[in-house]
Design a binder for this molecule. Structure first.
Ligand code: ATP
Ligand code: MG
Length: 806
């Protein structure tokens, strides 16, 4: 194994020379020699040692110190085993994994403070056969397990892949020891490489133990590869994030550099002589651009400066770029044909199904603009889950009013200059996004969509983008918007701004105040089928090169796609699934297997595979202790399960599932109420409440009723009805208090196949917002007190009042 010495350096930074151990400070009393085939053992709390690896180990427990000293004294190997519970102080055979690594102690140092430090060199895997008694440390008879000399293409292929990945990982590591990549390259035994990588992997000790227990080369390589691939992905992403800041800057410079190169090339080709003509042209453009008086004066002055400057300097090229920007901006307000409301209504209806209230609001807005074009109209902001048509409504408004449509993506933007531009003194400076899209549109009266205004980055080092955006949107200021690069005012007051957002509460307050919020909460099943029938199928037919007579989906198939293959508030995945179905049809037609294809519901399974969303509710709520709650999420509503269970204990409440503070408090209140209901202080048990799907953080008080029912169900042993879902805050006196998001939650309940929805009494009025056909398909129960919920969802309980009679 020729990589030994090299590795030693790379891994531990220690010299390779095996040190003569100092005479142990404390000799163990027992001189009884270990039998042949037995090892002194050191239990490890968190570390798994691998063969072929050198690591420093600190031992503290008396038995471990004795074991190490015995190994040094007798010049024998010592065995390392992982503990199952790292917290355990005194360990016996049952507390340990029975597969470990035998190692040579290369160094033994007793520090002045009495700590014992070892440097050990892993040598081979072993399996414990039996533990032996009679020593002041753990001893076991063991069988060594050597790596097999398996070979063949399967191993070879994995070996090469592992090497490649390991080198990649090393390169991505910010502070990998120098030369580590070369060491990895040099390893020539697959098993040894796998162990070496395993040692470096940043995974839990149990996972490392699994790697240690993988004796076969193939499974071991596969496992390491899988873990490493994950790790490389994480490293790559974190590196990308770091690179991003640099990239934003690079892109800005690109245009500058390209222009500069072009000039150089023109000069080489002898075209530089035309510069006089060029300036003449620029002069003409300045005069004709329609700039306001002040700006025109400023531009003429800059032009003079350019003339004086002469050809070829870097500054002249920058100045020329600047003047080009000035002349290319749409200073003149283009003649707007006045808005035709009837035509606008026709276009909106043509592009979007349903959304009656929203279309009406848009038409009102257009009507106000038509009657008072100089007035300050509000800025519309569409708020709703993905795929409900926010962006496409914006496009539709542009079409309906005969305006240009442009979009600025604000998501993740955190530099003020991206909106307002960089000063010209800055190398490679350019105007900000707003001015850029306005030039692209060639109009300052178009529709400008500010997409994802809720994802605008926080202000930081480079100034606050939201305050720059405020200037853009504020009707008091935006007639004189000043981009840092332009350095002159530009009139944005005629731009029709429309913003979009998934959620309201991350939009900075001052921005929100300037906008008129229009909510698009999502569609019902029927609406989705209708949208699919009228729009999505048509669009996907076209996208896949099919004629309408060649392929069709029945209504039943569309309904099945909505119900069984997608779960969303909007229609984006639905459109994608329709695309897959039609591509399948296109294939069959292309292969000559059919002339035309009609896809019905039963065909979907063969095309798309098994249904993706079976009713999990019936399954989850079949046992006592589970209730179905309704949650509001940024992407529409969703159902969530509250699970409660009881374990022996001392009356504690255990909460898991990433619950926020408010939700924890409402669990506490629910438990107090439930104890009162069953009239039992529950002093001998702990109650565990869990809300699965731990990846989504959950907070808010609105799960109170569901928590209460889960607990009552658990404590009375009666299951909650599986077709009932609920939402509502509870007070300590058992009152049910109102909550938000009724429409989203109701639609989510319907999507999930719930039949009865329980709502706080005081939310009754919010049902107006729920589409009539959704309302018609659900039964609503309004709650004043928590007992109402019990009666509806669990049934009558054997009343504890009976006890009072006694
Ligand atoms: N009511 C509707 N009628 C017809 N098509 C619709 C309707 N609602 C949405 N769509 C279509 O669904 C698709 C997704 O819509 P869009 O891109 O506008 O979503 P969005 O709300 O902007 O989502 P995101 O928040 O992810 O940007 C578009 O192709 C759109 O035309
Ligand atoms: Mg969008």
């Amino acid at each position: 194994m020729n990589f030994w010495p090299k590795m030693q350096q790379a891994l531990s930074g220690d010299e390779a020379a095996p040190a003569a151990p100092p005479k142990p400070a404390r000799t163990s009393g027992s001189a009884k020699p270990l039998p042949e085939g037995a090892l002194a053992l050191i239990p490890m709390r968190n570390t798994v040692l691998f063969p072929g690896v050198i690591v420093p180990v600190t031992v503290g427990r008396e038995a471990s110190v004795a074991a190490a000293q015995e190994a040094v004294r007798a010049e024998r190997q010592v065995g390392f085993l992982l503990q199952r519970d790292p917290a355990k102080e005194k360990v016996g055979p049952e507390d340990l994994y029975w597969i470990g690594t035998a190692a040579q102690v290369a160094r033994y140092v007793t520090a002045p403070d009495g700590a014992h430090h070892l440097v050990v060199q892993g040598q081979s895997r072993f399996r414990v056969l039996e533990f032996l008694e009679g020593w002041p440390f753990l001893v076991a008879r063991v069988a060594m397990v050597e790596d097999s000399a398996e070979g063949g293409t399967e191993i070879e292929a994995r070996f090469l892949q592992l090497k490649e990945q390991a080198v990649q990982a090393v390169e991505l590591l910010p502070n990998a020891p120098e030369g580590l990549a070369a060491v990895v390259q040099g390893v020539d035994a697959p098993g040894a490489l796998a162990d070496m990588v395993a040692n470096f992997l940043d995974v839990k000790p149990e996972e490392k133990q699994e790697l240690l227990e993988a004796f076969g080369l193939k499974p071991r390589l596969d496992k390491v590869l899988a873990l490493l691939a994950q790790r490389v992905e994480v490293l790559r992403i974190s590196k990308e994030i770091g690179d991003q800041t640099r990239k934003a800057f690079d892109e800005r410079q690109r245009e500058h550099v390209l222009r500069e190169q072009m000039r150089q090339i023109q000069k080489e080709l002898g075209e530089g002589e035309e510069s006089a003509a060029e300036i003449e042209e620029l002069k003409k453009a300045v005069e004709e651009a329609g700039m306001p008086e002040d700006t025109l004066k400023h531009a003429r002055k800059e032009l003079k400066r350019l003339e004086r400057m002469g050809e070829g300097s870097a500054e002249s090229s920058m100045l020329r770029t600047y003047l080009e920007w000035l002349t290319e901006l749409p200073w003149k307000a283009d003649a707007q044909k006045s808005i035709d409301i009837a035509e606008a209504r026709r276009v909106l209806d043509e592009d979007h199904f349903g959304l009656e209230k929203i279309k009406r609001r848009i038409l009102e807005y257009l009507a106000v603009r038509k009657l008072n074009p100089e007035g300050k109209s509000p800025i519309l902001c569409f708020v709703g889950p993905p795929g409900v048509g926010k962006t496409s409504l914006g496009q539709s408004i542009a079409r309906a009013t005969g305006r240009k449509f442009q979009r600025v993506a604000l998501g993740g933007l955190h530099d003020e200059a991206e909106i307002r531009g960089h000063r010209r003194t800055y190398i490679g400076a350019l105007p900000g996004n707003v001015i850029q899209v306005i030039r692209r549109a060639g109009s300052r009266t178009g529709v400008l969509m500010l997409d994802e205004i809720d994802k605008l980055g926080m202000g930081g080092f480079h100034g606050d983008p939201s305050s720059a955006l405020l200037e853009v949107l504020d009707p008091e200021q935006n007639a004189r918007f000043r981009d840092n690069y332009l350095g002159v005012d530009f009139d944005l007051s005629k731009v029709m701004f429309i913003a979009t957002a998934n959620v309201l509460d991350t939009i900075p307050g001052p921005l929100r105040d300037r906008m008129e919020i229009i909510q698009l909460p999502g569609y019902t099943e029927e609406e989705k089928v209708e949208i699919a029938r009228r729009y999505l199928v048509k669009r996907q037919l076209e996208a896949n090169g099919l004629k309408p007579e060649q392929a069709a989906l029945t209504d039943a198939a569309l309904a099945a796609l909505v119900r069984d293959y997608t779960r969303e508030a909007g229609v984006r995945s639905l459109e994608r699934e329709i695309g897959s179905v039609l591509r399948h049809a296109a294939m069959r037609i292309a292969e000559g297997k059919a002339e035309a294809v009609t896809v019905d519901a039963p065909d979907l399974q063969a095309i798309l595979g098994a249904r993706r969303f079976e009713s999990e509710i019936a399954q989850m709520t079949s046992v006592p202790g589970v209730a179905t709650g309704l949650a509001w999420t940024p992407v529409g509503g969703d159902i969530l399960f509250i699970e409660a269970t009881r374990v022996p204990g001392r009356g504690k409440l255990i909460l898991t599932g990433q619950l926020g503070e408010v939700m924890k408090e409402s669990a506490q209140a629910a438990l107090t109420l439930a104890k009162k209901l069953i009239d039992d202080p529950l002093e001998k048990v702990d109650i565990h409440v869990h809300v699965p799907a731990g990846a989504t953080p959950k907070d808010g008080p609105s799960a109170g009723v569901a928590m209460y029912l889960a607990l009552v169900s658990l404590l009375t042993g009666k299951a909650v009805r599986s077709d009932v879902a609920m939402t509502g805050e509870i007070s300590l006196r058992g009152l049910v208090l109102p909550i938000g998001g009724v429409k989203e939650k109701t639609l989510a309940a319907l999507r999930a196949g719930i039949r009865t929805v329980m709502l706080p009494r005081r939310n009754e009025k919010d049902l107006e917002d729920v589409p009539a056909e959704a309302r018609a398909r659900l039964e609503f129960v309004f709650l004043d007190k928590v007992e109402d919920a019990v009666r509806c969802a669990i049934g009558e309980l054997p009343a504890p009042e009976q006890k009072q009679a006694a």
